[in-house]
Design a protein around this ligand. Structure first.
Ligand SMILES: Nc1ncnc2c1ncn2[C@@H]1O[C@H](COP(=O)(O)OP(=O)(O)OP(=O)(O)O)[C@@H](O)[C@H]1O
Ligand SMILES: [Mg+2]
Length: 211
């Protein structure tokens, strides 16, 4: 009897860190490396990644709202993104590269805004049904360094306009998340030069069989 061989599952890599840490810059380096290796790559971001989720992103970044509303909108966007983009891509064997994911919700809404992380954990379980990234690259650096990088780069959004204390809480919440799930994270020293950061990222992926 003819049997279709089981499809090889894809890979799901996320990139996290405070604003200005260098995530988007280095996501590009990973995408380039994967494409050179002939991978089917899906590059995406959160909040966003679908037309509906991008509209929700726009609201979250620009409209004032309480922390529960914000968390619900972020997870609504995530549900749409997982359902229509990420899960179908992984099912066909694609390698998915996502600029921010759920750790950012714990870091910004939980750490930054002080929202109840047990509620976030419930939303995470409900929306993700056990789906977690295979690897999360956490770009870590002092907020003052990141702020200086961003200072001339662009106009701040609602989060970027927050003070250094906000970003220190975000940073600590990311580190706490890593301490809770150490196997899933790789810490990248994002204070290094762009070339050094790129090298650290590519070495980490190589060491984990992800390049
Ligand atoms: N290692 C680095 N050293 C110095 N400057 C850097 C480094 N990495 C990135 N930059 C610069 O810092 C700025 C912010 O980088 P980038 O947009 O990649 O950060 P980000 O983490 O994606 O920020 P955001 O969360 O706000 O999207 C850019 O102008 C980028 O060129
Ligand atoms: Mg970015």
């Amino acid at each position: 009897m003819n049997q279709t061989p089981p499809q090889r599952a894809g890979r799901f890599i996320t990139v996290e860190g405070i604003d200005g840490a260098g995530k988007t810059t280095h996501v590009q380096a990973v995408e380039d490396a994967w494409r050179s290796a002939g991978r089917d790559v899906v590059r995406t971001r959160e909040p966003g990644g679908t037309p509906l989720a991008e509209r929700l992103r726009d609201m979250v970044l620009h409209e004032p709202m309480d922390a529960l509303t914000e968390s619900l909108l972020v997870f609504a966007a995530r549900r749409d993104h997982l359902h229509t983009v990420i899960e179908p891509a992984l099912a066909r064997g694609a390698w998915v590269l996502c600029d921010r994911f759920t750790d950012a919700t714990f870091a910004y809404q939980g750490g930054g805004r002080g929202f109840d992380m047990t509620v976030l954990s419930q939303l995470e379980a409900w929306v993700q049904q056990g789906r977690q990234p295979d690897l999360t690259l956490l770009f870590d650096l002092p907020p003052v360094v990141a702020a200086e990088r961003l200072r001339q780069a662009r106009q701040p959004d609602r989060f970027e306009a927050q003070d250094g204390h906000f970003f220190e809480r975000v940073r600590q919440a990311y580190l706490q998340r890593m301490a809770e799930q150490p196997h899933r994270f790789a810490l990248i020293d994002a204070q290094q030069s762009p070339d050094q950061v790129r090298e650290a990222v590519l070495q980490t992926l190589t060491a984990r069989g992800l390049l």
